[in-house]
Design a protein. Structure first.
Length: 107
């Protein structure tokens, strides 16, 4: 729902389909299955999460030049057991974030 609470049905009464596929292979039918899929593949999840957050922080799509930074961020976050604060700290310390060009900084 709008504030993040879990619900089984839309306001209209129709059931919510919480099933899906994650990482191209893990099929889940509910929130517990989704959670299990993430926990079974922490490196894949943390890499994807780090990529998306770095892309947002840079205000652009990532390129091959950003791969070493993503690798390092992912490695350090996994050592810290997936702490969100570590993701943010490592992004701010990353080369792509610290060396944004003036053109990248202005819309």
């Amino acid at each position: 729902d709008p504030v993040g609470r879990w619900r089984e049905r839309y306001n209209s009464g129709l059931p919510i389909d919480a099933s899906g596929r994650l990482f191209g292979k893990e099929v889940f039918t509910d929130i517990e299955g989704f959670k299990d899929a993430i926990l079974d593949h922490p490196e894949i999840f943390m890499r994807a999460f780090s990529e998306h957050l770095l892309s947002y922080a840079l205000g652009r799509a990532l390129t091959l030049n950003d791969k070493p930074a993503v690798d390092l961020i992912t490695q350090r976050v996994l050592v810290e057991r997936g702490r969100f604060s570590t993701v943010v700290t490592e992004i701010v310390k990353s080369l792509p974030f610290r060396h944004k060009t003036r053109q990248q900084q202005t819309p």
